[in-house]
Design a protein around this ligand. Sequence first.
Ligand SMILES: Nc1ncnc2c1ncn2[C@@H]1O[C@H](COP(=O)(O)OP(=O)(O)O)[C@@H](O)[C@H]1O
Ligand SMILES: Cc1cn([C@H]2C[C@H](O)[C@@H](COP(=O)(O)OP(=O)(O)O)O2)c(=O)[nH]c1=O
Length: 211
Amino acid sequence: MKGLLITLEGIDGSGKSTAIRHIAAKLKELVPERTLLITAEPSNSAAGRILRSEILRESTGELSFAEHMEELFLFMADHARHLADTIIPSLEAGAIVLCDRYADSTAAYQGVTLKGIVPDPLVWIREIYRPWNLRPDRTLLFLLDPQLSVQRISSRSGREKFERQEFLRQVDGNFRRLASLEPERFVIIDASLDEDAVAESAVSSILEMLT
Ligand SMILES: Nc1ncnc2c1ncn2[C@@H]1O[C@H](COP(=O)(O)OP(=O)(O)O)[C@@H](O)[C@H]1O
Ligand SMILES: Cc1cn([C@H]2C[C@H](O)[C@@H](COP(=O)(O)OP(=O)(O)O)O2)c(=O)[nH]c1=O
């Protein structure tokens, strides 16, 4: 059986992690014969652990050129390790892989942080990934007004540094640009709907791929 790679993308608080739980439950019911792998980036690789413990905590001020570059390449190192150790073996075994964030998050987020450091960072980051990255079969892009997403996550403890409305507005613009560059891969999910409706539209898009 052919494996299937489905990625979920969107700004912080757009409801990806919540949706993934609902999607997994529905798929287990609807296609019990398929193996499901739920995973996420940053993953649990060495680079992913550094990102979570040292880089993604609340910002303490302006980052230097070197810190921005380190951040970009830690996300890329984590992605390479996650692909090699987790995603590709699971796909080879025929699983449906649901991945909460993927390389598009790097293009969207570091496409903002690297503005002014390299010209058109979103395009540059896509170009670095292009020769070795695995293209998802489908990418569900959760679109939600950044004002609403920040409201949703404002009560979350240990706020991460990207969870600011002005920053997320630029990330949202980058995600929309990525979707316009590859409309055949991206499916837009209206993340302002209630949890059940969001999960339903995501599941119907995944089921389309299985038939
Ligand atoms: N469809 C929805 N409608 C309203 N609130 C939601 C919805 N989906 C998730 N939430 C809430 O919004 C917050 C962020 O959701 P989460 O799934 O963690 O987002 P993400 O993984 O994209 O950061 C959580 O408190 C969650 O309970
Ligand atoms: C995968 C990835 C995540 N990020 C950011 C997005 C999030 O703010 C943060 C951690 O991701 P995550 O824990 O998925 O955040 P959330 O559940 O709020 O959506 O890392 C990047 O900046 N670049 C990347 O390549």
